[in-house]
Design a protein around this ligand. Sequence first.
Ligand code: NAP
Length: 482
Amino acid sequence: MPSSDQADMQDRYLDFINSPFGKSIASSLGLPMPVRLKRATAGYAAQPLAGVTALLAADAEATATGQVLAALVELGAAVQIAPAHPGLAPLKAAAQKAGIALQSEGGDSEPVAPVIVFDATGVSGAASLKQVYELFQPRLRRLPKHSRVVVLARATADTGSVEGATASMALTGFVRSLAKEVGKNGSTANLLVLGKNGDAWVKGALAFFTGANSAYVTGQVLTVDGAPKGVKAIASPEASLAGKVAVVTGAARGIGAAIAQVLAREGATVVGMDRPAEEGALGATLAPLNGVGLALDVTDPKAPERLASELISRFGGADIVVHNAGVTRDKMLRNMAPHLWDMVLDINLGAILRINDRLLQGALKDQARLVCISSIGGIGGNAGQTNYAATKAGVIGYAEALSQVLAKQGMAINAVAPGFIETQMTAAMPAANREVGRRINSLAQGGLPQDIAEAVTFLASPLAAGVNGQTLRVCGQNWLGA
Ligand code: NAP
């Protein structure tokens, strides 16, 4: 029997709609029909795209095609081209140079490849955007369920022209709208913006965005640029965290427990922290992972020093720190007692700054990667969440600002902004609000803690070596703050 919390965390509409009876009712009444998403069931393979066909296209002036093609082949994909598409020249030149055999796509009655990558790094002005239309428009009706679309654009500042910057920006609107269209069949569309040093680091980002690990990430724009000093390109996405030590705060349950599990799945040793009242749950989460539990409130004035000395004495420092512990204490500002403001600000923001300040004094290893959990509430704002949204927006600004400092030390920091995720936090919402929260996104369903854990693990790993100072929303493209 599920507990009442578990029952509230279960999306019964999604279960119903994916039954034969539910499907027929929904289609006759025109109700939303969310597709049950396919998520990763094991760690990354050395070649996560082995056995997968990827359709690769490019605009006629594209400049990243060689790196993108090589990355797809190294990830194991069989690469297909659209023989009638106008932008074939850079693709054929890159394939010839690398000695890679390209397959031609089948006819109009054949299914479309479940991974489509469009290198649009050369688009310039309005007319050249037609190449994107020409690739996607005829294929969308045949797009399989659970497909992955990735468009690559050059960063506007690196296009070298007003026309290039204009076209590059136009792609953000294109991809965000495409994501809303393809979400109906459980597919995603995301834009990778390549900075001038980004091409060499595209492989790790492609591994994440073309796979099951990004099932709930759609309509997002992420910049890939140069990696921090001393970082080497990944050979393989498999077990990329082997030998790394990762700290996760709020690890006893919910999203934090899932983060601990997915980091461990990729090979990390996890040090999980949670409030002393959660010691039992913390142990239950960490024992199967062979992790270490620290019953320590993040706001305890001694927490930074205790964590630092534990890390140094046991492991010589940490490679990964995930600031996940967080609380809501919602009240309209006019009714908010000062202690509700102080508590949320201290747990969700103050403690992160204090702990990092201490860890940065010798408790982090070379090339450490930090990840903070924000929220789409910090982007769009919510009535009754002035305290919470202030902290979650603060985290975004913090990651952006600190990234500049950390890059010089060979380290990186990013944030993840969850949307509606099925946890005890959202199970506590009034039923009507919860149902609205679940549906108002392109995939018409809530995310699972695993979805946040996959994004955190990507950002904490060498797959995201070229990603620093950014906030990745994991929200199914929630309309809030979209
Ligand atoms: P959760 O189920 O309430 O879990 C949070 C964990 O953090 C709990 O184990 C909690 O312990 C712990 N924690 C709270 N205060 C702490 C402190 N002072 N020191 C150490 N640990 C502490 O919440 P969740 O839904 O997994 O949320 C995790 C993070 O995601 C939070 O930062 C939250 O703001 C963010 N987020 C969640 C959603 C969502 O839809 N669920 C959406 C956006 C953002 P106790 O049980 O003892 O309090």
